[in-house]
Design a protein around this ligand. Sequence first.
Ligand SMILES: [Zn+2]
Length: 146
Amino acid sequence: MKKSMKMKTTNDRKSYAELIKIENFEDRFKYLSLVGIVGETTFGGHRCLNQNLYQSEQWKRTRREVIFRDNGCDLSHKDYPIHGSIYIHHLNPITIDDILKDRPCVFDLNNLVCVSFKTHNAIHYGDEHLLAKKPIERKEKDTCLW
Ligand SMILES: [Zn+2]
């Protein structure tokens, strides 16, 4: 018998394959929410690495693939096309170590999804009310790698 007895916890790896099985946008958001999950230092604060990665051809190619796959929709939900900048979110946040050791999770399409700026903020910082608000204009960068 192969059935796993492991309980589902917030530490389980999230996946795109699992995400798109969820019909409802809000439930997708809840699935992705990182609020209250204390992990390793994420990579977002390390600007140099950040620059190197997202200016790389591999990242640009991966980004295009994600946008194409998700049809530019927020949380890849067909009823939520993104008007404005498209962010690429790592379902399982990547770490500096992941970048340095060139781990597959960095470019794994199963670890990536298109999000809007406000949804992205809500996933990381937990303000669900952001979801109901108008998009915040932000032009400086159109990707975020955390
Ligand atoms: Zn993110």
